[in-house]
Design a binder for this molecule. Structure first.
Ligand code: AHR
Length: 843
């Protein structure tokens, strides 16, 4: 210990002397002020250290419980680039490793897996040949591994005799506290760039905090009418994507099971378990006069091992999803599988309200020796929002029952195993051009075992493989890939399946080996099978039933014609680390080779620029232009952020990098939403989104698709806010966000007509939006106008004749209003936009 202290003091003295002699250099100190606070930088000023800001933070493991950085060690390579390693916890057989050119932009972290149980206090040193030595401590003693110059490949670890001096670090007192870390000298130019980064971050934070809700407190904003000119130049037009507005569908907040999927029985297959939710088991949502007996011998399907054994007089009740909404006069299809062992059993099937009044009943006679499905129809004689289903055995037989199901006959398009009509209709009214499915985080799952496998969601319902839902409940997979593709066809939308890139969600908890996050990805020896699974999806969707077993499965399910799949998404906002890039490359190459016409969508992580994943994602895309037609961007931001980043896509390159398959890589803004501290869509968030969508239309040559996320949220089961549509068993409540999406979809086009809004005071320009598009299918021109100011706008339009009788649709309100009245009308002789309003004009 004494030796370590002495060395530290000496090293500090030497470096201070060196700095004094070279005043063009700036001394910096990188350290962590606490395990949840990431890596910070301090600078030396007048012999004291001043904290300058955070450089990066841990991205390892689950949110909340993990994401910790212990003992960061930083070194600088001879080419001036930087390497960071740190310990992630005291259990995992890995450490974190990251690379940076400038200390502020870090490549997404890699977590190389070592042979020891723990990797404690890793330290990194650069070698003259460009490689790096990393030492760490473990229960097996000191260990060593070496990394390649790009810091992506690490040799297998081995025992090391290195002296303890390797762990001696610099010290500095920052904000009155003594920290260990690494001290370096950097040029004033490099320091200026770091300072500029922090200044930019702070300025961005101030702009992002702007809220319409606070406008009354802002005396600089106009309150009396202002004049605005919209100059349209029909001679300057460009083609834009006709598919700009689509939907993101994920089973989050009970969006599918208990939501859009019209099944009214909860836990119909007795497959709930504590994996779904700690307190759940096979009998959850079921009730009986005696404890329910669950059996697993001779199951209906190997993927569906649990069923209930019913004794005479054992009435079995299902509570539904927060009750079963029953409507007088409507018909309900009841079905169940029975294992009778040769015994006959008659059942009375009932729908009963909260007071015990029978709303519907029907007798079901069964006499099965093997599992057999029986069905009957219940006709409701009364209505109740919280009814229950009862199954009453009438004879003295002891039988097994499974897959107990109740569907309203009136599903969307009357499909069997279909979707809730009211909810699906609201979605269809949005006229989405595509549907993304199944997520979101559902796609890549909570750990390797929970990755979504599309092929486990097709075929007979009892053979589909249920699984836990990353959002804390259960996936029946009743709304699987077949139902998804059918829905797309029914509403005229392109399917955009998004499947895992061979890695689970980076926020996954640790597996049995203590490996969290991406868990090292699907092991390489299993990747060929996984890649085949993705190829099979394309075959299933588009293949010929006469020659393909997958296409035959589609035909057997009722759809002999191909679904004409055009897009496939690989990866969902993953960490764009080495584990991801290796697997993505393998998958994308295989798809390109077998299905060159399929448009592949990659991912650039969970956040916009300048996040690490975004930057590396786009770098990867530029390095591999043939591996993706477009990339999926995600960002949930404040209304202020959207209002102040109106030129986000104006800056995107339109040039195709060499090796590109087509033109420049397109953007799919796959998850986005504006929010305020209220966390619910309101007029403020809707207007911020509308402003941004006018910018997206202007950039519709580079942005191919967008989808607001999440789409659905069931009352009482929210995993996320804001959402586009809230619903209960009996109600569907589209939000202002929904209306904006619908208006941009219905009044969308395929040609952008150049236009410019001018106002006297350009300080308010970020609060105004206009976009003019032509639609070759409808033959119409649509003008969309957004006023996010607290004053009326009086608009003069040049370059396009807007007749007074032109049809308009739009809304206005107060920023905090959560409900909108959509109004239709006529443009009038003078176009006036009330405060906080939106108008679409049809010409
Ligand atoms: O949209 C909700 C979630 O947000 C998605 O599942 C995930 O991709 C993102 O983080």
């Amino acid at each position: 210990m004494r030796k370590k202290l002495l060395t530290t003091v000496l090293s500090a003295l030497c470096t201070i002397t060196a700095w004094a002699q070279t005043d063009s250099l700036q001394r910096i100190f990188v350290y962590s002020p606490g395990e949840t606070r990431g890596l910070h930088i301090a600078i030396q000023e007048n012999d004291a250290w001043r904290e300058a800001g955070q450089l990066c933070s841990s991205d390892y493991g689950t949110w909340g419980a993990e994401k910790k950085m212990y003992h960061p060690s930083v070194c600088r390579a001879s080419d001036g680039t930087w390497r960071l390693v740190f310990q992630v916890n005291d259990r995992a057989p890995l450490f974190a490793a990251a690379y940076s050119r400038d200390l502020v932009n870090w490549r997404p972290q890699d977590y190389p897996i070592m042979s020891t149980t723990k990797c404690l206090e890793p330290v990194v040193f650069s070698n003259p040949d460009g490689t790096f030595d990393i030492y760490y401590k473990s229960p097996q003693g000191k260990r060593w591994t070496s990394a390649t110059p790009n810091f992506r490949d690490f040799t297998p670890d081995r025992a090391s005799e290195i002296s303890d001096d390797a762990w001696i670090r610099d010290t500095a007192t920052v904000g009155g506290k003594l920290y260990e870390g690494n001290s370096f000298e950097i040029s004033q130019k490099d320091w200026a760039a770091i300072e500029q980064h922090f200044r930019q971050q702070a300025a961005d934070g101030r702009l992002s905090a702007e809220r319409m809700h606070d406008d009354a407190k802002n005396p600089t904003l106009p309150t009396s009418p202002i004049k605005v000119t919209l100059t349209i130049d029909p001679s300057r037009q460009k083609p834009i994507s006709p598919n700009l507005i689509g939907i993101f569908f994920e089973d989050i907040s009970y969006a599918a099971d208990g939501g859009l999927y019209a099944e009214l029985v909860q836990n119909r297959d007795f497959e709930y378990s504590s994996k779904d939710r700690r307190e759940w088991n096979a009998t959850t949502a079921w009730h009986s006069t005696r404890p329910i007996e669950i059996a697993t011998e001779n199951p209906l399907s190997k993927n569906n091992p649990h069923y209930a054994l019913l004794w005479p007089k054992d009435t079995l009740w299902n509570e539904g999803w927060d009750g079963i909404a029953v409507e007088k006069g409507k018909k309900y299809d009841f079905s169940m599988y029975v294992l009778g062992g040769g015994q006959k059993q008659d059942f009375m099937i009932l729908l009963v309200d909260e007071d015990g009044t029978v709303l519907a009943k029907s007798k079901l006679k069964t006499a099965a020796s093997a599992w057999t499905q029986y069905a009957t129809v219940l006709t409701a004689k009364g209505s109740n929002a919280k009814a229950r289903l009862a199954i009453v055995p009438l004879k003295a037989a002891h039988v097994g029952v499974d897959m107990i199901s109740l569907f309203p006959q009136e599903t969307f398009m009357n499909r069997k195993n279909g979707l809730r009509r009211d909810l699906a209709q609201v979605i269809a009214d949005l006229k989405p051009k595509f549907v993304r499915f199944p997520g979101g985080c559902m796609t890549h799952g909570q750990g390797l075992e929970n990755i979504y496998h599309w092929n486990e969601t097709v075929g007979p319902l009892q053979d589909r493989k249920p699984d836990f839902n990353i959002w804390g409940y259960h996936q029946t997979r009743g709304l699987g890939f077949y139902e998804y593709f059918q829905f797309c066809e029914d509403i005229g939308a392109e399917p955009l399946p998004v499947l895992a890139a061979g890695v689970p969600c980076q926020n996954s908890a640790a597996n049995a080996k203590g490996i969290g996050g991406q868990q090292g990805g699907i092991p390489m020896d299993q990747m060929p099978a996984y890649i085949q699974e993705l190829l099979d999806l394309i075959d299933w969707a588009n293949g010929d039933p006469a020659t393909s077993k997958w296409a035959k499965m589609r035909a057997d399910a009722g759809h002999p014609a191909p679904f004409n799949l055009k897009y496939i998404g690989i990866g969902n906002e993953d960490i764009i680390g080495t584990v991801f890039e290796e697997r993505y490359t393998m998958i994308a190459r295989a798809i390109r080779a077998k299905y060159p016409d399929i448009k592949i969508c990659g991912t650039v992580g969970p956040f916009h620029t300048p996040s690490a994943d975004y930057q590396e994602g786009w770098d990867f895309t530029r390095r591999n232009p043939d591996l993706q037609y477009m990339v999926d961007e995600h960002y949930y931001e404040s209304t202020g952020w959207f209002m102040h980043h109106r030129d986000y896509y104006d800056k995107y390159s339109r040039e195709a990098p060499s090796g590109a398959v087509g033109g420049a890589t397109k953007v799919y803004l796959g998850e986005w939403a504006a929010s305020t501290n209220v966390k619910r869509p309101n007029v403020e968030t809707a207007l911020a989104e509308a402003l941004y969508l006018t910018d997206i239309e202007r950039n519709g040559d580079v942005v191919e698709m967008t989808s607001y996320a999440p789409m659905l949220c069931k009352d009482g089961h929210s995993n996320w806010n804001p959402d586009m549509i809230y619903f209960s068993n009996t109600e569907v409540r589209p939000t202002p966000a929904y209306h904006v999406q619908r208006l941009f979809s219905v009044y969308g086009g395929d040609t952008y007509v150049n236009s410019r809004l001018t106002i006297d005071n350009s300080k308010f320009a970020h609060r105004l939006g206009a976009s003019v598009v032509r639609n070759s299918k409808t033959g119409k021109t649509y003008v969309k106008l957004v006023n996010a100011l607290p004053c009326e706008l009086q608009l003069t339009v040049n370059g396009l004749d807007i007749p007074a009788t032109a049809r308009t649709e739009g809304f206005e309100g107060k920023p905090e209003d959560r409900r909108l009245d959509i109004k239709t009308g006529e443009a009038g002789t003078a176009i006036v936009l009330p405060p906080y309003s939106f108008r679409a004009i049809e010409l």
